[in-house]
Design a protein around this ligand. Structure first.
Ligand SMILES: Cc1cc2nc3c(=O)[nH]c(=O)nc-3n(C[C@H](O)[C@H](O)[C@H](O)COP(=O)(O)OP(=O)(O)OC[C@H]3O[C@@H](n4cnc5c(N)ncnc54)[C@H](O)[C@@H]3O)c2cc1C
Length: 358
C-alpha cells in the first residue's frame, strides 16, 4: 500500500484531516487543482461565529474554539452587527435571539459604523463574539503539521477512477495510480461524485453558490474596526477585509459542482440591499468572486465511516462553516478512524454520522 490514508480534496477539510491522520499512519492527499484551497476554501468570508448554523454545527464550532485559541494569530476580534428596517421586526427579533446579540439603539450603532442610514435603519443588534479567521495561516499550519510527519500532499492530481481492493483502494489520478488502506472523501462540492466513482451510495449533497464583491472603503473611512454587518434573515452581509469591504448578497443558489463565479445580477441586487442601509453608495467594485457552500440535506456536516463500506470515510457537507468547524471536525475524523472515544459529546457524534441517512 502506498499510504494508510488516501485523502481526496485539498481544501480546509482535507488538509486539516491530513494533519490529524499523519499522527496515525502514512497520508497521501490528492488535489485536482494546481494550488490548495482553490475552491470554497479560497473564497470564504473567514469568520468564526460559533452561534451560526444548526445545533450540531454550533456544537462543532464551539468544540473548535480551544484549538483556534492555541494557534497564535489565527483569530482576531471582529464582532457582528445586525441592522434592520422597520418592517423587518420579526426577523430581527429572531436573529437577535438565535445569535445571542444585544439590542442597541440606532445612534449607538452609528457610533460604531458611521455610514449607517438613520432614516432607514430602525433596529440594531451587536455582539462581540465573532472573530476573523486568518484562513491562510490556519491552512498553512495544518499543512506544515501534516508534512512534518511525512504526509504527502499532491496538487495537479485529479482523481478520475477509484477501485475497491480486498484490503483497501486503488485510485487513478492525474499524478499517477496510488493504493491506500482507507479513503477519506473531503472533495467539497464533489463529494457525491467521488462516492459514485468509488461505488458508494451518494448522500444527496447540494452545492450552493454564494457571491461576493470587494468594494473600496465607503467614504474613505477606516473600516478596520467595524464589525461584520448583516441584514435579518442573512439577506446580505458586509465585512471589513484588508482595508476594503467585502459585500455578499448571501444567496444560496443550488448548482452542480464547478469552478463558481459571481452572478452579476445577484451581486447587484445584494449590493442594493446593503446600499439601502448606508449613506455611501457603491461606485465601483475592486473584484468579485463566488464559491460553493455544500450542504447535506439536513445542513449538518457528515463525518464518519460509510454505513456499508467502513473503509470509505465521509468528511463532507461543511456548508458555510468549513473553517470554523475544521479543528474539531478533523479531530473527530481522526478519533473515529483510530477507533478511540471521540473528545466531543457522543450525542453530537451521532448527529454528524453518515449513518443517519440509512
Ligand atoms: C462566500 C463564502 C463565504 C464563506 N464564509 C465562511 C466563513 O465565514 N466561515 C467558515 O467557517 N466558512 C465559510 N465558508 C464555507 C467554507 O469556505 C467551506 O465550508 C470550506 O471551505 C469547505 O472546505 P472543503 O475542503 O470541504 O471544500 P473545498 O475547499 O472546495 O475543497 C475541496 C477540494 O476537493 C478537490 N477535489 C474535488 N474532486 C476531486 C477529485 N476527483 N480529485 C482530487 N481533488 C478533488 C477540489 O478541487 C477542491 O479543492 C464560506 C464559503 C463561501 C463560498
Amino acid at each position: 500500500m502506498d499510504a494508510d490514508f488516501l485523502i481526496i480534496g485539498g481544501g480546509i477539510a482535507g488538509i486539516s484531516a491530513a494533519a490529524r491522520l499523519s499522527k496515525l499512519g502514512s497520508v497521501l492527499l490528492l488535489e485536482t487543482e494546481a494550488a490548495f484551497a482553490h475552491h470554497a476554501s479560497g473564497r470564504s468570508a473567514a469568520l468564526f461565529e460559533p452561534h451560526y448554523g444548526a445545533p450540531a454545527v454550533v456544537g462543532l464550532s464551539m468544540a473548535s474554539e480551544p484549538d483556534f485559541r492555541a494557534r497564535e494569530g489565527v483569530l482576531s476580534p471582529r464582532g457582528l452587527m445586525l441592522v434592520a428596517k422597520a418592517d423587518a421586526r420579526e426577523a430581527f427579533d429572531h436573529d437577535l435571539k438565535a445569535m445571542a446579540f444585544d439590542q442597541i439603539s440606532v445612534a449607538e450603532a452609528q457610533a460604531i459604523v458611521p455610514i449607517l442610514n438613520p432614516d432607514i435603519v430602525a433596529y440594531a443588534g451587536h455582539a462581540t463574539h465573532a472573530e476573523d479567521v486568518d484562513t491562510d495561516l490556519l491552512l498553512q499550519g495544518f499543512l506544515r503539521e501534516a508534512r512534518s510527519r511525512g504526509a504527502q500532499a499532491l496538487t495537479g492530481a485529479k482523481v478520475t477512477g477509484i477501485e475497491k481492493l480486498a484490503d483497501g483502494w486503488r485510485v487513478t489520478s492525474a499524478a499517477g495510480t496510488f493504493t491506500g488502506r482507507m479513503l477519506i472523501n473531503a472533495a467539497g462540492a464533489w463529494v457525491d461524485q467521488v462516492a459514485v466513482m468509488a461505488g458508494i451510495k451518494p448522500l444527496g449533497f447540494t452545492p450552493n453558490r454564494r457571491s461576493m464583491a470587494r468594494i473600496p472603503a465607503p467614504g474613505g473611512h477606516d473600516v478596520s474596526g467595524w464589525p461584520m454587518m448583516f441584514g435579518p434573515g442573512e439577506d446580505w452581509y458586509a465585512k471589513p477585509d484588508a482595508g476594503a469591504l467585502i459585500v455578499s448578497p448571501a444567496e444560496e443558489h443550488p448548482m452542480d459542482p464547478h469552478d463558481a463565479w459571481a452572478d452579476d445580477m445577484v451581486l447587484a441586487e445584494g449590493l442594493a440591499r446593503y446600499e439601502e442601509m448606508v449613506t455611501e453608495s457603491v461606485t465601483r467594485l475592486i473584484s468579485n468572486w463566488a464559491g460553493l457552500r455544500t450542504f447535506a440535506p439536513d445542513r449538518v456536516l457528515v463525518i464518519g465511516r460509510d454505513l456499508r463500506e467502513p473503509s470509505f470515510f465521509w468528511l463532507a457537507g461543511q456548508g458555510g462553516y468549513g473553517f470554523q468547524t475544521s479543528p474539531a471536525a478533523s479531530r473527530l475524523a481522526a478519533d473515529l478512524i483510530a477507533g478511540r472515544a471521540p473528545e466531543i459529546d457522543p450525542g453530537l457524534v451521532t448527529q454528524l454520522s453518515p449513518t443517519r441517512f440509512g
